[in-house]
Design a protein around this ligand. Structure first.
Ligand SMILES: [Zn+2]
Length: 312
């Protein structure tokens, strides 16, 4: 009998995990691109307190040992489990270029190792001027498709921040890259990492650089709601919104509401992994009363167009 219990348990466990595994594909039934994931080198994960001491923005989220950090192997395992074909791997908005560069190197290596599963974005510290520009040029040569996730509230304290960031934005536009920025709700509860990248800061960036392909994370901190103003909607012709961490922030109606306000073709599925498992958002989307075509756009179609990647 002693042998029966473990094997019975294993059998039940395997069936349960198989059903869970199959569940997402059965529900979603289409290609999935996650536009918002983060990875760090193992040494950052193992020595997070050292990095927190060097960077106040990182400390505000990750000095808590329960805040999740992931290596590339962990991300790939999560993608396999949740059936995500492709992920955009983002850096963090470190306050110094040396910290940005350390993780940029890891992102470049990771994309080289998993070229069919990952697309890399790099990070720079705009306040470091020429050094940041040279790093962006190096990363462009390394094959990155964009820059982000920027945290201009942590990375730029000066009042003339638009002037400071301008040469970087011009380089992004010139190389047909995408800029991804964190975004914060101006009201509501406070949470670690919320920050101050609110709609007014984003709108200044959008109107100063109308040709910039900008992805505003976390539903743009509510910026889509202003699309009811015709001039705001017109200004946002090159602006996209991702769904990163959506269940932490909004009721599920946000998907349908934003699709009505700015168009479903402007919404990108993003999880904010490892903050949240990819499957959590996939299950939320699968349960929405949206057309299959709308879900297809959100889950992969819009990302494919924006990245210029062919259907696999
Ligand atoms: Zn963010």
């Amino acid at each position: 009998m002693r042998l029966v219990y473990p094997s019975l348990y294993l059998c039940i466990y395997n069936v349960a995990s198989l059903v869970t595994h199959l569940g997402i594909r059965v529900i979603i039934g289409q290609m999935v691109i996650d536009f918002h994931t983060h990875i760090v080198p193992p040494r950052v994960k193992q020595n997070r307190q050292d990095y927190a001491c060097s960077d106040a923005g990182f400390a505000s989220i990750f000095s808590d040992p329960k805040a999740k950090l992931a290596t590339v192997e962990e991300l790939i395992a999560a993608m396999d489990r949740d059936e995500v074909e492709l992920s955009i791997v983002l850096n963090y908005g470190w306050s110094t270029q040396s910290l940005c560069t350390e993780v940029n190197n890891y992102i470049l290596e990771s994309v080289a190792h998993y070229p069919k599963r990952l697309v890399g974005f790099c990070s720079v510290a705009p306040a470091e001027g020429e050094i940041a520009l040279r790093e962006l040029e190096r990363c462009i040569k390394g094959g990155v498709k964009g820059i982000g996730e920027l945290r201009l509230d942590n990375q730029l304290k000066s009042r003339n921040w638009l002037e400071v960031v301008s040469p970087l934005v011009e380089l992004v536009i010139k190389n047909n890259l995408i800029m991804m920025t964190h975004a914060s709700e101006p009201i509501g509860r406070q949470y670690p990492g919320k920050g101050k990248v609110t709609h007014n800061l984003l709108y200044a960036l959008i109107t100063d650089f109308p040709d910039l392909k900008l992805v505003c994370a976390h539903w743009g901190g509510g910026l889509p709601f202003y699309a009811l103003m015709p001039e705001v909607k017109a200004a946002m012709k090159n602006v996209y919104f991702d769904t990163a961490a959506s269940p932490f922030l909004y009721a599920p109606q946000i998907y349908g509401q934003v699709a009505q306000l700015v168009g479903a073709e402007k919404i990108l599925f993003g999880s904010d992994y490892p903050l949240m498992p990819q499957r959590r958002l996939l299950k939320e989307i699968s349960a929405l009363d949206l057309s299959t075509g709308t879900k297809e756009k959100i889950l992969s179609g819009n990302a494919q167009k924006l990245l210029g990647v062919a259907n696999k």
